[in-house]
Design a protein around this ligand. Sequence first.
Ligand code: SF4
Length: 162
Amino acid sequence: MTLRRALRLIRSTGRIAEPAPPKPDPIPDRPNELAGTVQIRHVDAGSCNGCEIEIAQSFGPVYDAERYGARLVASPRHADAILVTGAVTRNMLEPLLRTIDATPRPRVVIALGDCARNCGVFAEAYGVVGSVSDVTDVALTVPGCPPEPEDIIRALRSVTGT
Ligand code: SF4
């Protein structure tokens, strides 16, 4: 496909993002500094990757989480929020805590998916330390195995307040 044809296709396709649903309530005690835009560092603490697929969809062109001020970043030093998936495994406990520690305050930790909330299908597995709230303070949990992009977007919007 030539560049000219690609540009024509983009113009004729137009915007494909879902219409914005009503604004959700903000999370309790949301730091004012996070209003409007939140940089997010994702940490997979031991997930099956199902939740990651839904996160990728949430930031794709259809759900487009960035239009609500949520953005994924590569470094915790640039982040305001830590988005944790999976039950916390023994090997990921220290990296998770170090990532949270490296994130400037005010920060929020979001436990995404049933495994992060309560260990889900991995409860009592030999390599699992516990849920995210067992090892750190959690501001928000998102249920589901995996949560749907609509649920992820709603949770992120309750942090950005947009
Ligand atoms: S909640 Fe479900 S999809 Fe997400 S990591 Fe656990 S098993 Fe996988």
